[in-house]
Design a protein around this ligand. Structure first.
Ligand SMILES: [Fe+2]
Length: 230
């Protein structure tokens, strides 16, 4: 008997690394991962968004893959100098060596292509239901909590998703990548960073409940003003 009702998957950067085991790069690597998911009945960003009725509301669950484009950087750092700016602080994401964008010229170009195909699908889905958007990378730069490595921001998302939660009327936005769990509300949308992080970071004495996040129905916004619909 399966342990889970439905499993959704969206890639993080690590899954997209080219490994010696298969040698696949970029889109070919992603396509191979999607194939594996589908063989196991796992819903991917390439599949129709599933709807789910919970607490009297039907939402569409949208796993998305849009990567990053180095735009999470200070305004006075040009895009072409973003990696050098991070390197000045001793930071280079391993993606620079092993996350290849093929056939796109750059990871930023791959990100732009992903945005171009993803946003119309989100818009269509949002015209029918509120969404739960699930993206490995946080949607907004002001949600980064990289206190010890702030310049790692350039590998963490794209400013082009910063209005997604209102544009696509997200009930909840789920992200990972930062390995720091947090919950916050913005414009009535709940944002959940749910990353488990590395096993070495886990504290078994805290129990599994400490690490899991209920997405829906989930907690209500504290001290929220009532919203009137009509
Ligand atoms: Fe990640």
């Amino acid at each position: 008997m399966p342990r889970f009702g439905t499993v959704f998957w969206t890639p993080g950067n690590h899954e997209l690394w080219t490994t010696s085991a298969d040698g696949l790069r970029g889109e070919a690597k992603y396509a191979a991962l999607v194939r594996v998911c589908r063989e196991h009945g796992v819903v991917t960003p390439e599949d129709d968004y599933r709807t789910w009725s919970v607490a009297g509301e039907t939402v569409a669950i949208a796993p998305t893959f849009v990567l990053y484009d180095y735009s999470f950087r200070p305004d006075d750092v040009p895009a072409a100098e973003a990696v050098a700016w991070a390197r000045e602080a001793g930071l280079v994401c391993a993606d620079e060596q092993v996350l290849h964008p093929d056939p796109h010229p750059s990871r930023a170009d791959w990100c732009a292509a992903r945005l171009a195909t993803t946003e119309p699908r989100l818009a269509a889905a949002a015209s029918r239901h509120p969404l739960v958007i699930v993206n490995h990378f946080p949607l907004r730069r002001d949600q980064l909590r990289l206190r010890r490595i702030p310049r790692f921001s350039i590998w963490c998302g794209t400013t082009r998703t910063e209005d997604w939660h209102t544009r696509f009327r997200a009930r909840v936005v789920v992200s990972g990548h930062q390995h720091v769990r947090w919950t916050e509300w913005r414009d009535g949308t709940r944002f959940e960073e749910v990353a488990l992080g590395y096993p070495r970071d886990w504290r078994a004495e805290k129990g599994i409940a400490h690490y899991l996040r209920e997405i829906l129905p989930g907690p209500s916004e504290p001290h929220a003003e009532p919203r009137y619909h009509g």
